[in-house]
Design a protein around this ligand. Structure first.
Ligand code: GLC
Length: 531
């Protein structure tokens, strides 16, 4: 067993609670459903779970619109259920990370309701960004989901929302806001939470002189440091306050969702700030050894130099599932492809092969690996959901150009038979496709060669051979091969080129496609130990 902190080497499974498992048959996943699946996760070899927001919410952004930070949405269960689930998970050796959403709350939150009922200039309005600016919005800022980032109230003031208009941004210059979140952190830490995933960690402070941003920096994914509303220097003071609270407790951690430039990331990882930050480079790297190496280097070098842990992510609830992404035509942009196509050029087999090989990369690298629910079943994106069932504000706000993120949020198929493929006793809140029967968990568990078996084997081999240290070195085995060696000599080699190569030397621990021996074909990978 490793002596490093659990999160430095852990495999952390992301639970999109609404779509994971439905315990009460109302078509929506819940805490009871999750609790019943904890043994499944323990058997898979998971060290921790991160649960997407589970708070009371009108669910206008899947729960990232929080109406009460200290309770559980009635559709998901009760606070007592949540506490019992955390305790049970911990007994099974699974840590639990709760999603903290500090940038904005819901327009149903008591504070926002009080703000609307109060006068301009009142203390209630000061917890948000309410601004007078006549008929024009105070700045040209755009919502990440499309459309303006400002909406107007009946009395003529504008309020800021970097996301949906139902998600008013909180004013982090307001001492009450700051104190409130310290108390929310304590609330969950006192209930046993092992830590937090912090939403939009790079966005919570703003330049409140409301400057227009240049056209090139308007995009939500701009990585400009000290931008008017992203990655601002004054965010770090707040992070340090949070960290001090976590440090009052034993063994707790927080991971940042910070879409920032690699050179900025280091600041978030200083010893008195985040324990780790997601790195999203592999979400956009092209499938070739040089690009992957660059994306990995950027993260590993930075984290290693700081003594922080790298994190690896192939999928999450905001992006197209990678089994499908890897099967798209080379020049396709996954955000728009479900609308623009060409959908007949999808190569699902290539996608699956690459997804299997990629698992050996992310699970073979030092650091923690985040696994998005269903990834272990090799699930594809349900990219052809009809417009009328879409729930994501991205679909609503993007004027027909993007279908949004529901295709990766379709409830999990646990069984080939039965209502909603074993998700629950009745239907599911998003329709599930017929092909879910073939990929359901019960068709894969214990089946040699299945995706599930690959993940389970990989997670167990990883525990045995790949977490004893946090170091790696690159190997040069040829341009098409992504190859690195861990401190104990275990090697990961993935053939990202078009033709087979001879199997590299060593004793095979695991191959991404079963049965490989003398050759490493295109889009396959292997873990080897020295003979
Ligand atoms: C984060 C979440 C995303 C959410 C947004 C607003 O990016 O991952 O799902 O819509 O923040 O809270």
């Amino acid at each position: 067993m490793s002596t490093l902190d659990w999160w430095r080497t852990g495999a952390i499974y992301q639970v999109y609670i609404r779509s994971f498992a439905d315990g009460n048959g109302d078509g929506t996943g819940d805490v009871a459903g999750l609790r019943a699946k904890l043994p499944y996760l323990a058997d898979l070899g998971i060290d921790g779970i991160w649960i997407n927001p589970w708070y009371p919410s009108p669910l206008l952004d899947g729960g990232y619109d929080v109406a009460d930070y200290r309770d559980i949405h009635p559709d998901f269960g009760t606070l007592a259920d949540a506490e019992a689930m955390i305790a049970e998970a911990n007994e099974l050796g699974i840590k639990v990370l709760v999603d903290l959403v500090p940038n904005h709350c819901s327009w149903d939150h008591e504070w926002f309701k009080a703000a609307l009922a109060a006068e301009p200039g009142s203390p209630e309005r000061d917890r948000f960004h309410f601004v007078d600016n006549g008929d024009e919005p105070p700045s040209n800022w755009r919502s990440v989901f499309g459309g303006p980032a400002w909406s107007r109230t009946d009395d003529g003031q504008w309020y800021l929302h970097l996301f949906d208009s139902s998600q008013p941004d909180l004013n982090w210059e307001n001492p009450e806001v700051r104190a409130e979140f310290l108390s929310i952190l304590r609330f969950w830490l006192d209930r046993g939470a092992n830590g937090f995933r912090v939403d939009v960690a790079h966005g919570i402070t703003k330049d409140t002189s409301w400057p227009d941003v240049e056209a090139a920096q308007i995009l939500s994914n701009t990585k400009q440091p000290n931008h008017a509303h992203w990655d601002r220097d004054d965010v770090h003071e707040i992070i340090r306050e949070w960290r001090a609270v976590l440090d009052e407790y034993d063994d707790r951690m927080m991971v940042a969702e910070a879409w920032v430039a690699a050179e900025s990331l280091a600041k978030y990882l200083r010893p008195d700030e985040y324990h780790q930050s997601f790195s999203f480079g592999l979400l956009s790297a092209s499938w070739n050894a040089a690009d992957y190496q660059d994306a990995i280097r950027e993260v590993y070098d930075e984290a290693h130099a700081l003594g922080a842990a790298s994190t690896w992510v192939l999928s999450n609830h905001d992006v197209m599932r990678h089994a499908t992404r890897f099967g798209l035509p080379d020049d396709a942009e996954w955000r728009t492809w479900p609308v623009t196509g060409p959908t007949d050029l999808l190569d699902a087999e290539r996608g699956a092969r690459r997804a299997r090989a990629a698992a050996l990369i992310t699970l073979g690298l030092p650091g923690s690996a985040y696994v998005y629910q269903g990834e272990e079943l090799g699930l594809d994106e349900v990219w052809d959901l009809p417009w009328e069932v879409l729930d994501d504000p991205v679909a609503r706000r993007s004027e027909g150009t993007q279908k949004g993120r529901d295709g990766c949020r379709v409830p999990i198929p646990w069984n080939a038979d039965g209502p909603s493929y074993g998700f629950g006793a009745n239907g599911s809140w998003l329709p599930q496709p017929d092909w879910f029967a073939d990929v359901a968990a019960d068709q894969q568990i214990g089946v040699a060669g299945s995706f599930h078996s690959l993940y389970r084997d990989a997670l167990h081999v990883r525990r045995e051979h790949l977490i004893d240290d946090a170091v790696m070195t690159w190997l040069d085995l040829g341009d098409d091969l992504l190859a690195f060696e861990r401190g104990n000599g275990v090697r990961c080699v993935v053939n990202m080129g078009a033709t087979s190569v001879p199997m590299p030397d060593g004793e095979i621990l695991l191959t991404s496609t079963p049965g490989l021996a003398d050759e490493l074909p295109s889009d396959t990978g292997v873990w080897l130990r020295p003979r």
